[in-house]
Every structure is written in structure tokens, then in C-alpha cells.
Design a protein around this ligand. Structure first.
Ligand code: GZL
Length: 314
């Protein structure tokens, strides 16, 4: 009897679990310009490991030509799925037509592209940037009511020109405030999502408008964190002398919000890795996927008790 059990158990031991063919995913990340971007890359690497996905992650150092070259390498390598976060919306048709001809599905992570070609993209996983702008604008309308001011002079520090978050955060914000005659946008300047450029923009705006500035609307925390010291060097107190509105929701900005030097931070989560792995696996298996996946996002502001807010993770 023992021998039989031994044999059965040894047979059972030999049965391999069904081999899940490894998924090879090529991902072109646009750069390392912000805590948001670093958090996004880290999450994608973590989720690839957790999900048994072989990840080829290439960093494009904020150059579109580097992203296009990376996508071409992924095609040559015959990866199962290509994913990328396009630094700008235009200029992708040729390389994405090559991916389509190679039969490799493409997933957009974070940002979107602009194209009139059909069938280039299988899925876009990323924030509703327009809604982020709306949340920022709605906060300002409520803040204006509390301030009881009949005019607010607004300066805008925008993200990378022609990128999806820049275009849609601007559109959502402007559409939300445009009907309110208290709101006057006095200038928009391009900070390219960079901390150093955020500081430069704020220096320029302070030299030009000084204390006339009532509101700073900044498209990401990195630029906001660059701008704040410039406001203080001018003898003004951000969060009091000027309303400061920012987007991303990283730990550093939330800590400054809790100290009252930022008034509102709209969340834009970088944690898109699990949705990417789930989508890539479905595509490899020939299953249908949703065309657009928007993570749920919220905002944090000086209207709420933030003492219970946990670590942000980026
Ligand atoms: C938004 C993302 C933006 C972040 C910036 O999803 O594309 O790029 O808001 C980052 O911090 O540079």
C-alpha cells in the first residue's frame, strides 16, 4: 500500500502547473521629470514582477524621438504587447502603423495621443485630465465665495506644451471658471512639468504682476514646489496672500497642503501598473479590453480635515 501511495504521490509531484506562457511587455516611459513619473515607473516595475510579466522598460529622457526608437526596438524584438506614455499627443502615426502591421497591440499609459487613424491603440489607461481641471476650477469658485472678493487675478503655470494633461487640465479649469466674472486669467506660462521651470515662471510672473496675483493654478506639484519659494522670497505667503492650486497629489505637496502653503491638490494617481498588467494579459490571450480605463480620482483641500490622510506612495 505504501508503495502505491508513494508512486501516486510521486506522479502527482511530477504534474507541472499549466505553464503560463511568459508575457513580454515593452514599455517606453517618457522620462523622470517628477515624483509622479518616478512613482509611475516604480509601480509598473513592481506590478510586472508581481504578475510574472517580463518587462522591458526604456526611459526616453523626455524626447519623442527616443520613444519612437524604443517602440521600433520592441517591434524588432517581437514583444507581445507595447505600452508607452506619449510625451506629446501628435507624431505617432507612422511608428504605430508599424506596430499594427507587426500585429503587436499597443496600450497607452497615462497620456493620450491625437490621431485620425483607426485601430492604432487597443486601450488607454490614464486619468481624466479634463475632470482634474474641473475639480481645480470648482475649488476656486468655492474659495472665491469664502474670500468674498469681486475679482481674482489668476496666473497659470502649464505642463508640457501639447501634452494631454496640459491641454485638458487647462480646458477643464477654464471651462469651469469662464462664466464667473470674478475670474480673470492674466497670463499662462509653460513650466514643462519641471520644478526648475516652475520657479522660473513664478519669478517672471512676480516681476510682472507682483502682489496683483491672487491665484496660482499649476498643472503639477513639481512646478508648484518650485514656485513656492519664489513667492516667499517676494515677501508673500503662499496659501494666504495667494491661493495655490496644484495637481498630482504626491507626498511632498500634501505635506505642504497640511501646512497651509497650498490650498488645493487634485489627485492624479501614478499607480497604473496593475491595470496595465491585466490589460496586457488579456491582449496576449486575445481577449477584448476596454478602450479607456480612468482611475477614480479626488482632491484634497483646505476645506477638509487631512489629519487622517495616509502615506501617498509617490
Ligand atoms: C499626469 C502626468 C504628468 C504629471 C506630471 O498623468 O502625465 O506628467 O501630472 C508628470 O507630474 O510630469
Amino acid at each position: 500500500m505504501t508503495a502505491v501511495v508513494m508512486m501516486l504521490s510521486s506522479c502527482a509531484a511530477k504534474e507541472e502547473p499549466p505553464h503560463d506562457p511568459e508575457l513580454l511587455l515593452g514599455f517606453s516611459q517618457l522620462g523622470t521629470e517628477s515624483a509622479w513619473r518616478s512613482g509611475n515607473s516604480a509601480d509598473i516595475e513592481k506590478k510586472a514582477e508581481e504578475n510574472g510579466v517580463s518587462l522591458m522598460l526604456e526611459n526616453a529622457n523626455r524626447k519623442q524621438e527616443n520613444q519612437i526608437a524604443a517602440i521600433r526596438r520592441f517591434i524588432a524584438y517581437q514583444v507581445d504587447v507595447i505600452a508607452f506614455s506619449p510625451i506629446v499627443e501628435e507624431g505617432w502615426d507612422n511608428v504605430l502603423l508599424e506596430a499594427k502591421e507587426a500585429g503587436i497591440p499597443v496600450v497607452l499609459v497615462d497620456r493620450d495621443i491625437s490621431t485620425d487613424k483607426e485601430g492604432l491603440i487597443s486601450c488607454h489607461i490614464g486619468a481624466d485630465f479634463y475632470q482634474e481641471g474641473v475639480m481645480a476650477g470648482e475649488y476656486l469658485l468655492r474659495k472665491a465665495d469664502r474670500l468674498k472678493k469681486d475679482k481674482l487675478h489668476i496666473v497659470e503655470i502649464t505642463g508640457t506644451e501639447d501634452s494631454t494633461p496640459m491641454r485638458q487640465r487647462q480646458a477643464g479649469f477654464m471651462d469651469t471658471i469662464s462664466g464667473d466674472e470674478r475670474m480673470e486669467v492674466i497670463e499662462s506660462v509653460n513650466g514643462d512639468f519641471l520644478k526648475s521651470r516652475g520657479a522660473e515662471c513664478m519669478r517672471y510672473l512676480l516681476e510682472k504682476y507682483g502682489e496683483d496675483i491672487d491665484v496660482v493654478y499649476s498643472h503639477n506639484d513639481e512646478m508648484t514646489l518650485g514656485a513656492l519659494p519664489e513667492i516667499e522670497k517676494a515677501g508673500l505667503t503662499p496659501g494666504d496672500d495667494m491661493v495655490i492650486i496644484s495637481i498630482d497629489g504626491g507626498q511632498e505637496a500634501i505635506d505642504v497642503l497640511k501646512r497651509g502653503r497650498i490650498n488645493c491638490v487634485v489627485e492624479c494617481t501614478p499607480m497604473l501598473g496593475q491595470e496595465l498588467m491585466d490589460t496586457a494579459k488579456k491582449l496576449k490571450a486575445g481577449e477584448s479590453v476596454e478602450a479607456v480605463i480612468h482611475p477614480k480620482e479626488k482632491y484634497f483641500s483646505d476645506e477638509m480635515d487631512l489629519s487622517g490622510l495616509g502615506p501617498r506612495g509617490y
